[in-house]
Design a protein around this ligand. Structure first.
Ligand code: PLP
Length: 375
């Protein structure tokens, strides 16, 4: 294991699923002198495309970079409004700001912590140029009912949590013809240690994104970068995925089915154990279609429960403090009744593939004790 093994599994909220083959892939890539964008990156992209059942995948060095580029690709610029849930990792909002856009916060369905057609519709204004649904906890969000394309509103999906998940109709996240962004950060379902990817809407868009993520230098010019002249065709940033990270991602993808099985089984055993507890609401992820990213419950007196759980050595977390009240984004504050009611009650329990049934019992017992009134 590459991950630190000296802490008990229940003390960590999340941890990557990394084993010997990833270490071998890392040292192999280094020994082969594969550092930057390289054939290893291209092979990984093809393998991702095959897995998702799409023509083309453009990898990036982070999920945040994927979101930033996707927003640029749909033309988000200065002052354009992007409808987005407040209930997400702050990276989502920073990506909108990086593109020059402004967040227009949408409320969520408290049962799922995701936006719905209704909450998105309520947030749309004449200045809205894009909608950015977040697939919270791995659950796919489908907004086709809103016919946004007909209204010249783009959709960029933040599927950072949802690699491997499916929509209700069986289509895989990323394979629905939308612009979909993934993160392969250390705690995501599939990890490159650091990485991300975009599924573009068509080949032309994918090519534009490819050029953008290598500083505006086209693939056929990249080989010339160590010669005396190469061409820079357009705007771009150094957002490519290095071959070192791609090598780790390839190993992860090869055993991704194991990860799916482990995460799904873990979520189900938590759901069974938590059903017996009073005062605990489980955030629904539609487990039949979802590769779960985390396990989130809602409890009263969350902050007190959090402190007690930490004191008991349990690695609780919060996904996420809402963004619309953060100093960085409060300029765009709107009242979001369901977000504001549920956010202070959210608690993420330890959730990662190294956990066992015994660990689940340990966590749930600790939660039962933490929920008990003070003596
Ligand atoms: C992790 C994450 C991101 C950002 O991805 P990085 O790879 O960390 O840059 C964006 N949105 C959500 C919802 C995330 O969880």
């Amino acid at each position: 294991m590459l991950a630190p093994t000296d802490t008990p599994a229940v003390a960590r909220n999340a941890a990557p699923y990394l084993h010997g083959p990833e270490t071998d892939a890392l040292t192999g890539a280094l020994a082969a002198g594969q550092y930057g964008h390289n054939t290893e990156t291209e092979v990984f992209e093809q393998e991702l495309a095959d897995y998702l059942g799409v023509a083309d995948v453009v990898t990036t060095h982070r999920g945040t970079a994927a979101l930033h580029m996707a927003l640029m690709a749909v033309g988000i610029g200065r002052g354009d409004e992007v409808v987005v849930p407040s209930q997400t990792f702050c990276a989502t909002i920073h990506a909108i700001r990086a593109a020059g856009g402004v967040p227009r916060f949408a409320d969520i369905d408290p049962a799922t912590q995701c936006v719905t057609g209704e909450t998105v519709e309520a947030a749309i204004t004449v200045n809205t140029r894009a909608v950015l649904p977040v697939f919270y906890g791995g659950r796919a969000v489908d907004l086709t009912e809103l016919r946004l394309a007909d209204r010249e509103i783009a959709v960029v999906e933040d599927a950072a949590h949802a690699f491997g998940s499916r929509h209700r109709d069986g289509r895989r996240v990323g394979a629905t013809g939308q612009l979909t962004c993934f993160s392969f950060g250390p705690i995501k379902n599939l990890t490159c240690l650091e990485g991300g990817a975009i599924v573009a809407r068509n080949r032309r868009e994918a090519e534009r994104l490819r050029t953008m993520r290598t500083l505006g230098i086209r693939a056929n010019q990249l080989a010339r970068i160590r010669t005396t002249d190469y061409r820079v065709d357009g705007y771009g940033l150094p957002y490519h995925l290095s071959a070192v990270h791609a090598a780790v991602g390839r190993v992860q993808l090869a055993h991704f089915d194991d990860v799916v099985a482990l995460r799904t089984a873990l979520w189900r055993s938590y759901a069974r154990a938590l059903a017996a507890l009073e005062g605990v609401e489980l955030v629904d992820v539609d487990i039949d279609n979802t590769v779960p990213f985390n396990l989130v419950v809602r409890v009263d007196d969350r902050d007190e429960v959090f402190v007690r759980m930490k004191a008991a050595g349990i690695g609780v977390g919060v996904h996420y403090p809402p963004n619309h009240t953060q100093p960085a984004f409060e300029r765009w504050y709107r009242r979001l009744p369901d977000t504001e009611a549920s956010a202070p009650r959210l608690l993420s329990l330890p959730f990662h593939p190294a956990m066992t049934e015994v660990d689940v019992t340990t966590v749930v017992d600790a939660l039962a004790a933490a929920l008990a009134p003070c003596g």
